[in-house]
Design a protein around this ligand. Structure first.
Ligand code: ADP
Length: 219
């Protein structure tokens, strides 16, 4: 199968981190930035890195951006360049365009011009870190909706050796443990007799309130 290809425009902090991770995951990445120094720094990491002005339609056309599966506009500060580049990528026929927004208004404009996904890295990371700061066992979470969340919680010492039956979070708090990640491997849909150990990570699904209450009871 053909490897998925990404073009990332803007190799600042967000763009370069995204590009590095995609390479790490085994994908092909073309990085574009108008700053020669930035491109130089990334050239040994990426599949291709090019110095170019992304608001120039001819330049983007000659780079063959329309052949890429996904284009990411990772220009934040220069909102005009972000918007123009985004319009060009969508007009040139990039199938999936993702763009970074600095503010809600910037994001709304990007949505109006046809971006498939707008990301707010600074805002989202702020929210994520706030959740982790108030919940010491929370490693990561996915919001399924406004109300429902899947959370990864590290197992505290006080739960070590306890079975799910003893813990019974579904009866006590309404949330369920859907997986236990142990150093020896992950147990999906664990049985009531499965036991938690201190180094394990439990994956919990429920409403935000249920998970919060469960978490509070074990910290
Ligand atoms: P971050 O906060 O993620 O570092 P920045 O907005 O500061 O994001 O950086 C965006 C990057 O995009 C910079 O490296 C900058 O040189 C590049 N950039 C900005 N405008 C253009 C443009 N018109 N064409 C190509 N690259 C651009």
């Amino acid at each position: 199968m053909k490897t998925k290809q990404f073009v990332i425009i803007g190799l600042g902090r967000f763009g370069s981190s995204l590009a590095r991770e995609l390479i790490e995951l085994g994908y092909e990445v073309l990085g574009v930035d108008k700053d020669e120094e930035v491109v130089q720094e990334m050239s040994h990491v990426l599949t291709h890195a090019v110095v170019a002005e992304s608001t120039d339609e001819e330049v983007l056309r000659s780079l063959g951006v329309r052949n890429f599966d996904t284009g990411v506009v990772a220009i934040g500060d220069d909102i005009q360049a972000s918007i123009l580049t985004t319009i060009l990528l969508t007009d040139l026929g990039v199938k999936h365009v993702v763009a970074k927004a600095m503010t809600e208004l910037h994001g709304r404009v990007l949505e109006k011009i046809g971006v498939h996904r707008v990301v707010y890295p600074e805002r989202d990371m702020g929210i994520r870190v706030a959740h982790q700061l108030v919940s010491p066992n929370l490693l990561d979470y996915i919001e399924l909706s406004k109300e429902y969340t899947i959370a990864e919680l590290s197992v505290p010492k006080c739960l070590s050796g306890k079975s799910l039956q003893e813990l019974n979070p579904r009866a006590k708090y309404g949330c369920s443990i859907v997986a236990i990640n142990k150093p020896s491997g992950i147990i999906i849909a664990p049985a009531a007799t499965d036991e938690l150990q201190e180094k394990d990570v439990m994956v919990v699904i429920g409403t935000n309130d249920q998970i919060e209450e469960f978490e509070r009871s074990v910290t």
